[in-house]
Design a protein. Structure first.
Length: 352
């Protein structure tokens, strides 16, 4: 996979300068050393990713984000064919401890689960559970393996919040994207969301393809589970306190049916039609209709491409696009929440 750099170096291009701590603990070897790893193989396209977030009118920023361009850079035991790029937005509530913990530890845990598959199955999967098949070195990750890896990683990290930070009383939602070859896997907890911007040649607009489903107390299956486990739904909240029914953390509510089991979706990237992926917290999507977000993002991409042509500049300021979108939601749409997004631009590979 080739990564097209933005205004900064390839590694720095994945980090907003104002919030660079968001992925600072994801170890990536320098690219000029013998130990450096190539990035995951993508099929027919390259990527450029960045993120931006602001606290808005809230007293503190509780959102976190993650951009990890290679799990193999985190864990060299992963075979090149099993490598993935991982992106995420984590929307904290009641504090930021859970969101920060997940941001810092998710790449390492996902990488450990992928490496474990090579020798017989994801860690944490015992008898009586559907087992992912052991992988051979030249077999790519399949749908079942991806789901087992993510579910196991989510479960382990959720358990570790209670043991590693016992003082934690907060929680966070999550939307996580894994990219490799031509596949995009999306896992989500709560109400953070992701959309794929798809623009067919025969149409004049960029369509918003939803990639997540909200886990809210008004969803019948979610509501029934909460009630059956002894919880209540009061004023649209679990036990009158929590607006979502699945999350990391929220330790005191797990016995009332609040899960850390993600919902999965999968899509195949079409380089000729798919322009970008947009991940965001509910503070973003609640205020901006998905179709409007897609149209605005498309226009900003086109504007930046024109600037490149006029100025003869090879860099692409994707962070500037993220900032424009976030500030539009805060200033024009008057969002009352923290607002954070991750944008992944999908660029067709040039055929020579």
């Amino acid at each position: 996979m080739e990564v097209v750099t933005g205004k900064r170096s390839a590694a720095a291009a994945s980090l907003p300068a104002a919030d660079s701590r968001a992925v600072k603990r994801v170890a990536v070897p320098p690219t000029d050393t013998p130990e450096a790893h190539t990035l995951p193989p993508l099929s027919g396209f390259t990527i450029l990713a960045d993120a931006y977030g602001e606290k808005g009118v809230r007293k503190q920023m509780e959102d976190e984000h993650l951009i990890c361009l290679s799990l193999r850079a985190v864990n060299p035991a992963i075979k090149p064919i099993h490598d993935c790029a991982v992106f995420g937005v984590f929307d904290g509530h009641g504090g930021r401890q859970s969101a920060t913990f997940i941001r810092d530890n998710l790449p390492t845990e996902l990488a450990a689960q992928v490496a474990a598959l090579t020798v017989g199955g994801a860690e944490g999967e015992g008898e009586g559970k559907e087992e992912a098949r052991p992988m051979v070195d030249d077999a790519p990750l399949g749908d079942k393996e991806i789901k087992k890896v993510v579910k196991s990683a989510f479960s382990k990290l959720d358990g570790r919040i209670a043991t590693d930070i016992p003082s934690c009383r907060d929680g966070c939602t999550a939307v996580v994207v894994l990219l490799f070859q031509d596949k995009c896997y999306i896992a989500n907890l709560g109400d953070s969301g992701a959309f794929l911007g798809r623009r067919k040649a025969s149409l004049s607009k960029t369509h918003a393809i939803p990639l997540t489903e909200a886990h809210k107390p008004w969803v019948i299956a979610e509501k029934d589970r909460i009630i059956k486990t002894g919880g209540t739904i009061e004023n649209g909240r679990v036990n009158g306190a929590l607006e979502v029914t699945r999350s990391f953390g929220d330790i005191s509510l797990k016995k009332y049916g609040v899960l850390c089991t993600p919902t999965f979706q999968k899509c195949t990237i079409s380089p000729a039609e798919d322009e970008f992926l947009l991940l965001g917290c509910d503070g973003f999507w609640t205020c901006l209709v998905a179709e409007e977000a897609m149209a605005m993002t498309h226009d900003l991409v086109q504007k930046e491409m024109r600037r490149q042509t006029v100025e003869g500049d090879r860099s692409f300021d994707i962070k500037g696009i993220c900032r424009t979108l976030v500030e539009y939601v805060l200033l024009d749409k008057k969002s009352q929440d923290n607002v954070s997004i991750v944008m992944i631009r999908l660029i067709p590979t040039q055929v020579t």
